[in-house]
Design a binder for this molecule. Structure first.
Ligand SMILES: [Zn+2]
Length: 282
């Protein structure tokens, strides 16, 4: 914590941001089991310390919050194929993949390898079926769909609105679903139940839960994991939230904090602004 604060203070002095914090400016008090976090005496009314969340992993993309056509995650890595030695140890640092290879952001990729290794140790083999998808790849998929049906039938997400463009979203399926069309029946598989129960331990959430379709505007997808890091993943999964609800709470907390004079550099990275919807006519 202290290291991070010093780093932030150093960054602020080097850059254009105005406030630097010293360790004394922040406090975490545990009053009757309720943790109160304050910065410069301004309370932070959110269950997770802003210093413990990474704006680059908890951001939300959906049908109202678009990524721009030039957004490409800067630390994409190619996923390696799984190789096991005779004792069953993962010697390649890879995962099983359905076909081809996929890229993910490094932090997400490493977490996914750890998740798949843990699943294997528990007797479940998981397969990566989809990872990073560029704006242009999504645009081709979307336009092909438009051409086929003449209108947007809602089954292919618009370019800029796909969680896969973040490089933090991935589709992970059991072996007997690797060559089948995906649908919510997959949730009955032991592998998917294991994922739902354990994904948060590795910083993942189920991005499209069954009971949140009205908020995500996406059908239940027991296979789509989204990396948000911990402790955000634990908070989201333990409280049965979707990312939309998490972001609603967070944006409200940020607004309140700033209105009360809280140091802006601590939270301004969390403020989300949508890029242009270039396909708004559809
Ligand atoms: Zn997906």
């Amino acid at each position: 914590m202290k290291k991070l604060l010093c780093l932030l203070a150093a960054l602020c002095m080097a850059g254009t941001m105005v406030t630097a914090l010293s360790e004394e400016d922040s406090s975490i008090a545990d009053i009757a089991g309720v943790v109160m976090i304050t910065y410069n005496n301004v309370p932070w009314n959110f269950p997770i310390d802003p210093m413990e969340m990474d704006p680059d992993t908890i951001f939300m993309v959906n049908k109202h919050m678009f990524l721009s056509d030039d957004y490409v995650p800067d630390d994409l890595v190619e996923m390696k194929k799984l190789k096991l030695d005779k004792d069953g140890n993962n010697t390649s640092g890879g995962v099983r993949m359905v076909d081809g290879t996929w890229q993910l952001q490094r932090e997400c990729a490493e977490a996914l390898v750890a998740l798949c290794d843990a699943a294997r140790a528990a007797g479940h083999e998981l397969y990566l079926k989809s990872g990073y998808r560029s704006y242009y790849k999504q645009a081709v998929m979307y336009e092909n769909r438009l051409e086929k049906y003449g209108y947007d039938d809602g089954w292919v997400t618009k370019p800029g609105a796909s969680d896969h463009q973040t490089g933090l979203g991935c589709d992970v399926v059991p072996k007997n679903w690797t060559d089948r069309g995906m649908n919510e029946d997959m949730a009955k598989e032991a592998e998917c139940q294991w994922m739902a129960a354990h994904c948060a331990e590795f910083g993942f959430i189920l991005r499209y839960p069954s009971d949140k379709e009205d908020l995500t505007e996406i059908n239940y997808e027991p296979w789509h994991l989204r990396y948000v890091g911990n402790p955000a993943a634990t908070y989201i999964m333990e409280n049965g939230l979707c990312l939309e609800e998490f972001q609603m709470q967070l944006q409200a907390a940020v607004e309140e904090f700033l209105a009360a004079g809280g140091p802006s550099f601590l939270v301004e990275g969390f403020v989300q602004v949508s890029a242009e919807d270039k396909y708004s006519r559809y």
